[in-house]
Design a protein around this ligand. Sequence first.
Ligand code: AMP
Length: 504
Amino acid sequence: MSHNFFSLIRSSVTDDDKIFIRTTEGRSYTYRQAWDLSARYAALLSAKGLVIGDRVAVQVEKSPEAIILYLACLRAGAVYLPLNTAYTLAELEYFIGDAKPHVVVCSPERFSDIEPMASSLGVFSTLTLGAANQGTLVDESTFLPTEYETVVVEPTDLAAILYTSGTTGRSKGAMLTHANLSSNARTLVEYWRFTDSDVLLHALPIFHTHGLFVASNVTLLASATMVFLPKFDIGLIRRELPQATVMMGVPTFYTRLLKEDWLNHGSTDHMRLFISGSAPLLAETHRAWTERTGHHILERYGMTETNMITSNPYDGERIPGSAGMPLPGVSVRISDPDTGAQLPANTPGMIEVKGPNVFKGYWRMPEKTQSEFRTDGYFITGDIGYIDASGYVFISGRSKDLVITGGYNVYPKEIETEIDSIEGVEESAVVGLPHADFGEAVTAIVVLQEGASLTEAEVIARLDPLLAKYKLPKRVLFEAALPRNTMGKVLKAEIRKQHDGLYK
Ligand code: AMP
């Protein structure tokens, strides 16, 4: 028996003539067409000499073909490695150097920049794929056969590597196995009652666990349909909502939609489910949504490393401000962050998780992997929270100072390192401050060297070519010193408190 996640997908789909995916421009693929095209892509990868376990790094615009390429990688036993479309060339160089992919797939527009760099790092072939179904991946696979024998893998073989930024040093590649993806997708289909009648409104990016795995894998296992929006766009959401039954979003989607007059009971009555995750959904947003539409948003919690961990119930009470209960088969406990001792109900501590959903480790970082797991196999999430007496999990904050802006994770250390390297800068601290639209806004506090002079615009202009747009500070504030404790640690909580109202 094959443990390839694609084999599970293939056997779960009952009607190959159903629409699997369509764009807002009307391009669509039935399941059969998706199988055929994934066979062609897989055959092309094999023809390029790719063998089981080889990585395929993909930085492309959102398109149905990009998802079909993911399926092709599963079929070929390759490790799919999606990369944020906002990453700069310098950032890509790090990922490609670290992951050493056999094949890179990029947008046609970026080929001339990426190909020489990839080739110098030992990449065998760089292919292109554009959002309008153009590029060398398309050209070279057109005449290949639509039959491809899916590669047999072990449950612990890698299906994907997703990079998550690190608080110290550079990004870490989370290694996800075929078994990780299978177990979580199966659980979510059942827990959220997905069926082949569902039409999922998909406005998320597809290089992140939420839009890639949660949305697509659940759709596939349920034989449902996805409607692909290029990005979150209010006009398109309004146009496509009547055809949908489920929407998955980050909290920012919900706060933005609440500003729309047309959002009401009438325009959402036909919807079965609204799901939120990837960042905290404010209880007030949850309540405002219920008041306006009659729907209780179902909030869930997960991470790149663990897939989904908890979810509010489908039938039971969906509690505003809670991430819900551990999913079936997933164990969650709260520990003392310093000693690891387990804590009783209602006591905040480190959230730890164990289950078939939890990743295999960080790519080429055995020591880092070991330090993030307890000896009994629990993964230390880095999130602080508590479990109440009824079993609901509440997330109180992040131990690692991660900033989540518009659903994207930004690790302050990376931004601070770039700011600190600007001439005239003494030191800096980057924090997330409450922002009505983004949830948190990346904000930099900069201390200048004596006699140096720099403006806010100059700092941002220096960072612009180095960092993805979403990581750029929304504001740069200049101060005489950073607050520190006696151990010399910068007191970020104090900075956040001091500037709490900056964007209000
Ligand atoms: P990522 O790996 O990008 O999916 O980010 C994972 C992090 O997002 C988690 O460790 C949490 O800090 C945060 N997160 C995800 N879902 C929620 C949620 N429902 N409430 C609060 N934080 C969340």
